[in-house]
Design a protein around this ligand. Sequence first.
Ligand code: NAP
Length: 460
Amino acid sequence: MSYQTVNPATGETLQKFDEMTTSELEIAVSRAAACFQTWRDSSFAQRAKIVAEAASLMESRVDEFARLATLEMGKLYAQAQGEVMLSVSILRYYATNAERFLATEQLDVRDGTARVESSPLGILFGVQPWNFPYYQLARFVAPNLMAGNVVIVKHAGSVPQCALAFEALWREVGAPSGLYTNLFASYEQVNSIIDDPRIKGVALTGSSGAGRSVAARAGQNLKKSTMELGGSDPFIVLADADIDKTLKWAMVAKMNNNGQSCVAGKRFIVDASHADSFLERFAAAMSSLHPGDPMEITTTLGPLSIEAALEILEAQVVKAVEAGATVVTGGKRLDRAGSFFAPTILTDITPDNPAYHEEFFGPVALFFTSVDDDDAVRLANDSDFGLGCSIFTEDEQHGERLASRIESGMVFINHPTWTAADIPFGGVKTSGYGRELSPAGIHEFVNKKLVRVLPIDAPA
Ligand code: NAP
């Protein structure tokens, strides 16, 4: 069964959902296509009314939404509430600003006049991950609905109730039928959706493996896609960093969402002048986390989202150790019910160790020592991934100079990689392509249509 609610804190299976049939899928796509015929001509004010009402309804039900996320994927409850409010802010941001972002641009041309209009494309297909079960939807849906597109979404199999709750929002605020559709689709159906000529673009957030499959299919169909994929973000501590402040951020960077964030700090690259003491204090903080029910306020370590994720992480750690890595703390699952993995730090990871190149999606930190700034930049860039990066220094200009040399889509100075409605999000290399959020996010799936007026006669 691919769509089911399993509480990862207990291992208990709570509810199962059937995949949709071929004819249900056809009905959903036809409805979306019909909806686009009217939605494309709606005014920004009409679109904003619906998107803003969805935001307000979501805000009024923050606890209900948050509880479902905690239940289905184990996010600490306070963080789940935070995610719901972040999603609300993204919906509001595009409801307020989309018209300005998509305003027709008059070009400065030598002859006649020329303008570029941003017109909608049609039905967009989103494939989304479980780790931020609402935020990922909001950042795909809000800009694209405001641009006049309609959306269909395949959410991750482990968060079906979150998927249904988000879909219900749109019905409840009176959105036209077909504007937002959740699909309990199989991988085979994902391919057939991408092949469908009514689908005009594909946005995937997920692992690089899923990205390769979905991007290849979109490419075969010559369809525009955006790929928000995995990362192995460097967390760089320079010689002039304030170590007390940086250590607190290191814990946030590593452990937000129980370590399951694409932009979590994954490779800690610490200047040799601080490395030993930093590692000792970081290990003490990691091992003092308190596992438990993610609904409880006293819990600081929740479970991994699904048992299979824990098994993958555990196998990665075993392989890393076999290839020469040293376990500083943790290294195995906790001896309790549920999918709990001990907060872990690995050192002595050489380039021939598979761990050097992989994403560890959970509470596992890889620790490296750099001899100077050049060495830190070299280590940071020596990765197939290029999503985010953070640099810690008491001298912001020092951090900014280094930021220019980092090969990633985002660099944060004195703060872990983070997200907000008004800043762009996305990566380079195998972390994907395209941007979500900010003005950039609304320009991905629109037709930048040139309209040229040139009143001249044809040459004789
Ligand atoms: P995942 O296994 O790639 O799944 C993501 C979505 O893709 C799910 O809906 C999944 O469906 C679907 N999927 C997977 N393989 C597919 C295939 N071959 N064909 C069609 N659909 C497919 O990723 P995840 O484990 O849910 O999420 C963790 C990954 O996402 C990490 O690598 C993380 O870094 C990345 N991520 C990136 C960003 C970003 O913005 N760059 C944000 C969040 C997460 P099922 O659930 O049904 O398998």
